[in-house]
Ligand binder design. Structure first.
Ligand SMILES: Cc1cc2nc3c(=O)[nH]c(=O)nc-3n(C[C@H](O)[C@H](O)[C@H](O)COP(=O)(O)OP(=O)(O)OC[C@H]3O[C@@H](n4cnc5c(N)ncnc54)[C@H](O)[C@@H]3O)c2cc1C
Length: 301
């Protein structure tokens, strides 16, 4: 789905690209309930994020609801245009800039759909901002514990997209450890629930075929994964295929987390909640030198 995967057709000229973009904008305006921005100023605004990169998108859609996002994805697929999902755009490696149709989830797709305190989960749309989610959860004595430092801006869809981690991830884990399921659309617009295997991704039909393909890759590469996969707490490069265990108990949402929008567009995410700590303690440690402080970091962790 990402722009790298799509090359301009051979012989494409600047004027043919412009007329294709005009046709795309017209179709989107006719069928998508939301803002359709193809003017130079808007494309300029979306040409940057928190990275050093800068690329003008083909255009921008800000869908007002899920149906509108779905319609935009389907139109882009039919027109052969790559899509680029975007939350707050605070990623630092250029993930949300590209020559694509940017679909901005942050403005309208920000509804908390279900809070299940006994079950310990919350389900929300991708544009929900972490701080806002935690403000709603606080009266229930719960929080979503992947506490990124950009929590006032970061969206749940973006956090899942780049497998965010927080200041307390040694205790609570990264996104990949805290996302229970994701309802998503694939590149052709079809829906798929990425969840625990055995429950949601039944091995039948098109969904089953996708599961089997993933399992086949994991089985084929098992030795390589065991030998070479870095054993570190936070690993964000590449797909999380080391977390898929064919024939075992695993969760396909783990594959989607960290896939940076390249595998599917997240429509709704179900997150595992943690109890708010009953007490908070602050420790202050003094060191005689900078080097002594650095040496002790390992023990403190
Ligand atoms: C000063 C600063 C401090 C930071 N500190 C941290 C930190 O402590 N921990 C940390 O992990 N990161 C940190 N970051 C990086 C970033 O802020 C976080 O990772 C943040 O969670 C990203 O959220 P976002 O909404 O901005 O995502 P975006 O940047 O908008 O998107 C992230 C990825 O998710 C994809 N995506 C967005 N929405 C969807 C969707 N609906 N479906 C599929 N894919 C989607 C995008 O295409 C992109 O690949 C920091 C950045 C800055 C600038």
């Amino acid at each position: 789905m990402k722009p790298e995967a799509v090359k301009a057709p051979a012989g494409a000229t600047r004027s043919s690209n412009t007329s294709a973009a005009t046709a795309l904008a017209a179709r989107l305006r006719a069928h998508v309930d939301g803002e359709v921005l193809f003017d130079a100023f808007s494309r300029g605004r979306y040409s940057t994020d928190a990275s050093i990169y800068q690329l003008d998108p083909i255009g921008v859609v800000i869908p007002k609801n899920e149906d509108a996002a779905h319609a935009a994805i389907q139109i882009a697929a039919e027109q052969g245009v790559p899509i680029l999902p975007r939350g707050a755009g605070t990623s630092q490696c250029g993930q949300t800039v590209g020559v694509a149709l940017v679909i901005d989830c942050s403005k309208f797709l920000n509804r908390i759909v279900d809070i299940d305190i006994p079950g310990g989960t919350v389900t929300c749309q991708p544009g929900v901002v972490l701080d806002q989610l935690n403000a709603v959860l606080r009266p229930h004595g719960r929080w979503f514990p992947v506490d990124v430092s950009t929590s006032a801006q970061a969206t749940i869809g973006g956090m899942a997209g780049n497998n965010s981690c927080g200041a307390r991830s040694i205790r609570y884990g990264n996104m990949v450890h805290n996302v229970a399921a994701i309802d998503a659309w694939l590149a052709d617009g079809s829906g798929f629930r990425f969840g625990p295997i055995g429950q949601s991704a039944a091995p039948a039909g098109a969904n089953g075929s996708l599961v089997r393909q993933v399992e086949a890759i994991v089985e084929r590469e098992a030795e390589e994964i065991a030998q070479r996969w870095p054993k570190v707490l936070r690993r964000v490069q590449g797909y999380n295929i080391d977390m898929v265990h064919p024939g075992g108990d695993y969760n396909l949402a783990h594959l989607l987390v960290g896939s940076e929008g390249t595998l599917a567009f997240s429509r709704r995410l179900t997150l595992q909640l943690a109890r708010l700590p009953a007490h908070k303690v602050l420790g202050v440690v003094h060191f005689p030198s900078f080097y002594r402080a650095m040496e002790c970091a390992q023990q403190i962790v």
